[in-house]
Design a protein around this ligand. Structure first.
Ligand SMILES: [Zn+2]
Length: 217
């Protein structure tokens, strides 16, 4: 079941590796289809991953179809899908520059226009929560803003999107803005963009940037 979505998810995992956001087995992407969630199998290296390895569970965590165990982060993904109605895909990584901000326990300030465009807010930081239960999901919900991108204290990032493409794009841009902010902080104490400018850029990017779709959206 869900052959098309499994293939898309497989390709999303290859993209995470291509953009240098994950290593060996770390990180995962999931997608929600109605009341089912498809997620990466636990502990399978990217080089050995196959579309048919992806696991289908329901929103309560019951396995619907699987040849392998689901990711250890499944409970976190499910908690977020149950509580964030617009979320259709979630990316989790330990991408280096974003995780540097998470381990020094600082949100990422809005220092460049690309950050304002895509996220429209500083990237918030959760309290510390341990892996393997709903604790991370609860911590994410406490701080998550409109961007759906959150730093997990001492751990990595969680990015919620309206589609696999949206979540993947935000995960890639998050690492880019984290990198820029990291280097800016090495050189000086950078001044963030004003809230008014962030609002203007976010609104413009989300209403006018890119190619017009056939659907008009
Ligand atoms: Zn992790």
């Amino acid at each position: 079941m869900y052959e098309v979505e499994k293939k898309q998810l497989y390709e999303a995992h290859l993209a995470l590796e291509k953009y240098g956001l994950v290593s060996y087995t770390s990180g995962n992407v999931s997608v929600r289809v109605n009341d089912h969630v498809i997620i990466k199998p636990s502990g399978v290296p990217y080089s050995q991953l196959k579309p048919e390895d992806f696991v289908v569970v329901d929103l309560s965590g019951n396995v619907i179809e699987a040849s392998k165990k689901p990711s250890i982060d499944t409970a976190t993904h499910l908690y977020l899908y149950r509580n964030v109605s617009w979320a259709r895909s979630i990316v989790h990584t330990h991408s280096t520059f974003s995780t540097v901000w998470a381990v020094i326990e600082r949100p990422i300030p809005v220092l460049c226009t690309a950050h304002a465009d895509v996220f429209g807010e500083e990237i918030p930081l959760t309290e510390y929560a341990s892996v393997g239960s709903e604790a991370i999901g609860k911590a994410v919900l406490k701080v998550m803003g409109r961007s759906g991108a959150v730093l997990l204290r001492k751990h990595g990032v969680m990015v919620l999107g309206t589609s696999i493409e949206d979540a993947l794009k935000k995960a890639i841009f998050l690492e880019e803005v984290a990198k820029i902010a990291y280097f800016a902080n090495l050189m000086t104490i950078p001044v963030p963009l004003t809230n008014v400018e962030v609002e203007k850029l976010f609104e413009q990017y989300h209403s006018r940037y890119g190619q017009r779709r056939e659907t008009g959206s």
